[in-house]
Write a protein that binds this ligand. Structure first.
Ligand code: GDP
Length: 298
């Protein structure tokens, strides 16, 4: 299935309700009520108050200047939305060691996204090595081993309770010794000990960045968490400096507008979208395509 078709079918549920009503709104009269209704819809759509206000302000300006309505104003609105977004420039090179450090709270889709990335880059002829860096939960280690078997890819794992930074250090050495060019590191995501978790993740990042390599830290966010996901992004980014977001579960009823405040308020670009549980269901993020599909017709 092409990226466009996958995006279209993945966003089918998201497109309903709020976004459908937004499309409908542009078919009516443009007056003060129009802007108020648009503001409400955007806030309901997870765009967040601050970013919504900025969007409304800019749209009012465009509308006032050009006296646009209907289809023309709708096109300007979509351009404005796409302009608020960024895609993540996470580039890998085969002739160096690339490290993708995958972080996020438990349940966000970290392990599944890691497996999808491993599968994708393996198909692209990279030599991936998977690292079970969540040593806190035995189940997390087992889950990764199962993925390794399914994908026919090696997994580096130590016993539950091992020091995750030490596991990562060894894995890095192993990757170099075995001629691997991609290390995919799974990490713990327990929220109740947030502070310790951040310290532990920082330590892992320090260990992994000791020697030169292309290290990118990717934060996995569950799109159905709405504004909570934005808060998670703020916390993780403060401690770890995030290079890109993997936004999962957009194939469900997630509202999807979270991409706008992520870009606008936190300056965080989206790298990939999770559009299902299958191995092929992780797709690149393209701002224009995304907006077209969010506000598209079925
Ligand atoms: P982790 O605790 O962050 O490692 O989360 P998991 O990778 O174990 O994922 C939690 C659940 O979310 C699993 O049932 C996954 O199959 C599911 N999941 C992950 N990504 C997606 C996605 O993009 N779409 C859907 N529908 N489910 C997903």
């Amino acid at each position: 299935m092409s990226i466009l078709d996958k995006l279209k079918s993945g966003l089918a549920k998201t497109r309903q309700g709020i976004w459908k009503n937004t499309v409908g709104l542009f078919k009516g009269k443009v007056d003060e009520d129009f802007f108020e209704e648009l503001e409400e819809l955007l806030i309901q759509g997870d765009v967040g108050i601050k970013t919504t206000m900025e969007l409304i302000e800019e749209l009012k300006e465009i509308q006032g200047e050009k006296k646009l309505e209907g289809e023309e104003l709708f096109t300007e609105f979509k351009n404005l939305l796409a302009g608020f977004l960024q895609s993540a420039p996470v580039e890998l090179e085969k002739d160096q060691l690339n490290i993708l450090l995958i972080v996020g709270v438990n349940g966000s889709g970290k392990t599944t996204s890691l497996a999808k990335l491993a599968h994708y880059f393996h198909e692209e002829k990279y030599a991936p090595l998977i690292v079970a860096g969540d040593t806190f939960r035995a189940a997390a280690i087992d889950q990764l081993k199962v993925w390794g078997e399914r994908l026919n890819l090696p997994v580096i794992a130590q016993d539950p309770g091992s020091d995750p930074a030490a596991v990562c250090f060894d894995a890095r050495e192993a990757a170099l010794a075995r001629g691997k060019n991609l290390l995919l590191v799974d990490t713990a995501g327990r929220l109740h000990t947030e502070k310790n978790l951040m310290e532990e993740l920082k330590k892992i990042k320090r260990v992994l960045s000791k020697e030169e390599s292309n290290l990118k830290t990717l934060l996995v966010l569950d799109a159905t968490n709405g504004q909570n996901a934005l808060e998670q992004a703020r916390i993780f980014n403060e401690s770890l400096t995030i290079d890109g977001i993997i936004l999962t579960k957009l194939d469900g009823t997630a509202k999807g507008g979270i991409v706008f405040p992520l870009a606008r308020e936190l300056n965080l670009p989206v790298y990939k979208l999770g559009l299902g549980e299958g191995m092929e269901d992780l797709k690149p993020f393209d701002p224009t395509l995304f907006v077209e599909q969010l506000l598209g017709e079925d």
